[in-house]
Design a protein around this ligand. Structure first.
Ligand SMILES: Cc1ncc(COP(=O)(O)O)c(C=O)c1O
Length: 368
């Protein structure tokens, strides 16, 4: 069997460090927030070239609180892309604001910067570029448009730990950036986790309060807040894992380069990193009009693949109330029909990459 990801393979390489870190939390009994979370906040913010980090319980909560801190609420509009995980849009919905979609650029799978201005209205308050698959969105034009219209930029960096755009890390460019530490992410907790990073002392202060019942000090509730705290064990695990992240990112990039090499000249459209970016390959997605047949052929050979994501959010039943119809975002819709994510993780054996590439090439030849 060739798995899509193998979390056990990674745990085996860091078992001793992780076990010591978890034991430390058990000994201290700092199960929620505490010194390990505080240290991880500082270390991860520094890794993102940003001043502050606020640890929370999920990436979705990070997005929710970033939008609230930006003052987004009922009557406001937030611009994002439909080709993303549903959480981006759910977080906007939680604030009471309305989601306004713009299509993606089909080469990078990130926001089409030429489509943004037409979507800006008097009600637009914020914009959420999604660094999908670990590839940064084209931030310079996004920041320029947001400055021109007075919009707040919240990066959805849930899939893009350590990705870079013109030498800047994801998390350092927008007003705020939100990360997920879901276990399968490039930096994954042993449970759930998320973080907002920001250079703004004001956003930092507000989000710190919002994640912990809106309290400035215990029982002094200044804001209507939430129970979105990060757990102590996750902080301790993530601190250990952060020390390995650069090596894992290098390994992911090397695995992606192997796929590129082995699939060169085949009928697949392989992912493309735009000039000046460092793609961190959370997902390595090829495109094919025969995606369904290919996935079935690989499955028959015990090769696991994924689809990120089969239905763009504007066509999901849950968000039909936004009033969008099929055909409105053709690049997102086509990508949703064509993308196929191949097995890729830092520890993937080269033999697996070769077997996947060979099987794909073989299956596509048979389907032709
Ligand atoms: C693009 C994107 N945004 C937001 C999220 C939400 O993160 P979480 O699952 O930690 O709530 C995810 C991850 O699942 C994601 O991939």
């Amino acid at each position: 069997m060739i798995p899509f990801v193998d979390l056990k393979a990674q745990y085996a390489t860091i078992k001793d460090e992780i076990n010591v870190a978890i034991q430390g939390v058990l000994d201290s009994c700092q199960f929620t927030l505490g010194s390990e979370v505080a240290a991880f906040e500082q270390e991860f913010a520094a890794y993102c070239q940003s001043a502050h980090g606020v640890g929370v319980n999920t990436g979705t909560s990070a997005l929710h609180l970033a939008l609230l801190a930006a003052g987004v609420g009922p009557g406001d509009e937030v611009i994002t892309v439909p080709f993303t995980f549903v959480a981006t849009v759910a977080a906007i919905y939680y604030t009471g604001a309305k989601t306004v979609f713009v299509d993606i650029d089909p080469r990078s799978f990130t926001m089409d910067v030429n489509a943004i201005e037409a979507a800006v209205t008097k009600r637009t308050k914020a914009i959420i570029p999604v660094h999908l698959y670990g590839h940064p969105a084209d931030m310079d034009p996004i920041l320029e448009i947001s400055r021109k219209h007075g919009l707040i930029v919240v990066e959805d960096a849930a899939q893009a730990h350590g990705a870079e755009y013109k030498g800047r890390r994801t998390g350092s460019m927008g007003d705020m950036a939100c990360f997920s530490f879901y276990p399968g992410k490039n930096l994954g907790a042993y449970g759930e986790g998320g973080m907002v990073v920001t250079n703004s002392a004001e956003y930092n202060r507000t989000i710190r309060m919002l994640r912990d019942w809106g309290a400035e000090k215990k029982y002094q509730h200044v804001l209507k807040g939430y129970n979105y705290r990060m757990e102590g064990i996750q902080g301790a695990v993530l601190r250990v894992k952060l020390r390995h992240l650069e090596a894992w990112t290098k390994a992911r990039r090397a695995a992606a380069a192997r796929y590129d090499e082995l699939l060169a000249g085949s009928r697949f459209v392989t992912p493309r990193a735009m000039p000046g970016t460092r793609h961190v390959y959370h997902v390595y997605a090829v495109r094919s009009a025969k995606r369904g047949e290919l996935q079935a052929a690989l499955q028959a050979r015990d090769i696991q693949t994924g689809i990120h994501y089969p239905i763009p959010v504007h066509l999901l039943p849950a968000y039909s109330d936004l009033g969008y119809k099929a055909g409105q975002f053709p690049h997102s819709e086509r990508a949703a029909n064509e993308v196929l994510s191949l097995p890729l993780y830092a520890e993937i054996p080269d033999a697996h990459i070769k077997a996947v590439a060979a099987e794909l090439t073989n299956s596509v030849a048979q389907l032709a």
